[in-house]
Design a protein around this ligand. Structure first.
Ligand SMILES: C=CC1=C(C)c2cc3[nH]c(cc4nc(cc5[nH]c(cc1n2)c(C)c5CCC(=O)O)C(CCC(=O)O)=C4C)c(C)c3C=C
Ligand SMILES: [Fe+2]
Ligand SMILES: [Fe+2]
Length: 341
């Protein structure tokens, strides 16, 4: 029988916390036209400006959360890879990073060299965005085309509303929700508003009304990151048995001066403390593995900000990481991935 390989792809991290490695990583990441979607000369100029100060700041932040085995995101992705292996019985399972190592290029080339002809490509992002999902797919297609590889792709679709994913999210969060708390903040990675306008197939739905994400359906929902985040949050809350007044959504990790999708996590942390929330739980469901954005931005800086604003305790709920329900859910979702044209 023809083997079906599985390729898990996460975002990637710098090779080390040295400023030069962080600069190399940020340059590769931010020069991706799906991440900073400006024409090349403008993108080059903007990224060069960002690279004056950011590598040093980011290196410092990475150093504060780095593990002896390496970047948490990469180490946790490797552990997920090992956990998935015994459950995927159709063929080999590989792991690649969109930026840094191991690259999609090396991994696909190795699979083709082993005589594999069919690959299920699994971008590890629950919600669709050009800056995550599309760039992984386009990079895989580029490698296949430029290297002349005979590989047929099936592609895991965004799984923001899939019961297997929501069940796993609820199961992994359940022990943390059993403690007393005043509020749960679901903090998703942010996105420049421009990206939502670009992917809106109607050109007239996204961010045109306060309830655009609640009303999104069909092709609008299929391409709206913000609407998908809202569906994940509502689906999770229902699954976890939370009342509407117990949780809210925000968007973190804003970079640069452009307007990003709101509400911003930074603003919500202040507001919640001012409203009298003393014990705050924070979950980050746009990430399947803990990373700098959860551990440092929320777990360190967010906690400090919340306490300075009058809160008493911020508890960071871990990402899905290698929770066994998530491992099984991922294998099931990948097994359903449709053949790509
Ligand atoms: C224009 C800039 C960025 C966009 C758009 C963006 C979208 C986006 N990113 C993730 C997931 C992750 N991002 C991570 C780190 C990170 N993101 C940006 C910028 C944009 N992201 C930067 C500059 C960085 C590097 C860290 C820093 O310097 O602050 C990570 C963590 C990587 C790690 O090594 O731990 C993840 C994961 C999503 C899901 C997303 C769009 C929805
Ligand atoms: Fe990011
Ligand atoms: Fe919307």
């Amino acid at each position: 029988m023809t083997e079906q390989a599985l390729l898990l792809v996460n975002l990637g991290s710098p090779a080390s916390t040295e400023v030069a490695d962080v600069r190399r990583y940020l340059n590769q990441f931010l020069m991706d036209p799906y991440v900073i979607d400006l024409p090349w000369p403008l993108r080059r100029l903007l990224v060069s400006l960002i690279l004056i100060k950011r590598p040093e700041q980011s290196a410092h932040a990475y150093a504060s959360i780095w593990w002896p085995e390496g970047s948490p995101l990469v180490v946790l992705s490797r552990r997920l890879h090992e956990a998935v292996r015994p459950h995927w019985t159709q063929g080999p399972v590989e792991l690649a990073m969109r930026y840094g190592e191991p690259s999609i290029e090396t991994t696909l080339t190795r699979l083709a060299g082993q005589g594999i002809t069919q690959v299920t490509l699994a971008p590890l992002y629950p919600q669709f965005a050009d800056s995550t999902t599309t760039t992984v797919i386009q990079e895989a297609r580029r490698v296949i085309r430029e290297r002349g590889l005979s590989l047929q792709l099936s592609i895991l679709q965004p799984f923001y509303d899939q019961p297997e994913y929501l069940d796993a999210l609820a199961a992994s969060a359940r022990p943390h929700l059993q403690q007393d708390f005043d509020h749960l903040l679901l903090s998703f990675h942010g996105l420049p508003e421009r990206h939502l306008h670009k992917t809106d197939p109607t050109g007239s739905h996204c961010l045109k009304s306060d309830d655009c994400c609640q009303r999104a359906e069909g092709e609008v929902l299929a391409s709206c990151y913000r609407a998908q985040c809202m569906r994940t949050a509502a689906g999770f809350a229902a699954q976890a048995g939370l009342r509407d007044d117990q949780w809210s959504v925000s968007f973190q990790s804003r970079l640069g001066r452009a307007k990003w999708i709101e509400p911003y996590t930074e603003t919500r942390l202040d507001e919640l403390a001012q409203q009298g929330v003393k014990k705050l739980l924070v979950m980050c469901p746009a990430f399947v593995s803990d990373c700098i954005e959860t551990l440092e931005e929320i777990g360190d800086r967010g906690r400090e900000q919340f306490i300075e604003a009058g809160g008493e305790e911020l508890v960071l709920v871990p990402c899905l990481n290698t929770h066994e329900d998530w491992v099984k859910a991922l294998v099931t979702l990948c097994g359903r991935a449709p053949l790509a044209l």
